[in-house]
Write a new protein. Structure first.
Length: 251
């Protein structure tokens, strides 16, 4: 089975092109991955969300307002930001902050930014800090220009009761083919991850799916190996990246 990697090596493992538009969906640490990619990717990088996140979740990056980009320049790919963003800057972009909530941007804004930045990385849905989920009918919100969809599942969801560990447990159970008070098996998780109403929901046709399994450690390694085997047998060639457990960021 694939040996788990350290989070600091994620960008290399993804084998990204020189310009990519990445959407993060699912549960189990999307914001941590968002910040990690912001530190690992080179060039001009914009981190953002099409939903909302905590206003303290800026990852230490400079915060820019979506309105600061010059929309008139986006058609030529020569747009700039009034706030001094350079060719080697990573910034996090929100539309507004209200109290402890930071609100994201529209799909259309993200599509325009694909011409202004080397990489745009988007947190495209929420999971209420649960390690796994199945999306509602109105989510995730993925821009048309996205080239990679990284579906995240926390290994701590495997072998646990769906109703206790998963966001939208009824939807997870329906796609997994079981009841919400049953435990999430690797086969059930694979079914959700590969379903068109699961991790692939709202994904652009040309976007490549990657599965990232976070929080892998000795206590769940057998479940993770089973999940990797299930995914590889159901869809040979699908990139599956197990990531070793990492400390939970302080809030």
């Amino acid at each position: 089975m694939a040996e788990p990697i350290e989070l600091i090596h994620l960008a290399n493992e993804l084998d990204l092109g020189r310009s990519e538009h990445i959407a993060l969906v699912g549960g189990g640490g999307k914001t941590t991955i968002l910040h990690a990619l912001g530190r690992q990717l080179g060039g001009r990088v914009i981190l953002t969300t099409t939903t909302k996140m905590g206003s303290d979740q800026d990852g230490g990056f400079s915060i820019i307002a979506a309105r600061d980009f010059h929309p008139a320049d986006t058609d030529t790919g020569t747009g700039t930001a009034e706030n001094g963003m350079t060719d080697t800057t990573t910034s996090i972009a929100w539309s507004r902050v209200v109290g402890n909530k930071a609100y994201g941007v529209t799909k259309e804004e993200c599509d325009r930014w694909a011409k202004l930045a080397d990489y745009v990385v988007i947190e495209a849905d929420g999971a209420r800090q649960r390690p796994f989920k199945a999306p509602a009918s109105y989510e995730p919100v993925i821009p048309d220009t996205v080239t990679r969809v990284i579906s995240v599942i926390g290994a701590d969801a495997l072998g646990r009761v769906i109703a206790d560990q998963c966001h939208r447990p009824l939807r997870v159970a329906a796609l997994a083919g079981c009841e919400p008070y049953q435990r999430l098996t690797p086969a059930g998780a694979a079914a959700v991850l590969l379903h068109q109403r699961g991790a692939r929901r709202a994904s652009p046709v040309a976007a490549r799916l990657v599965v990232a399994i976070t929080k892998v450690d000795d206590t769940n390694r057998d479940f993770v190996d089973e999940l990797v085997a299930e995914l590889e047998s159901r869809e040979p060639g699908l990139p599956v990246i197990p990531i070793r457990n990492y400390p939970t960021p302080r809030r």
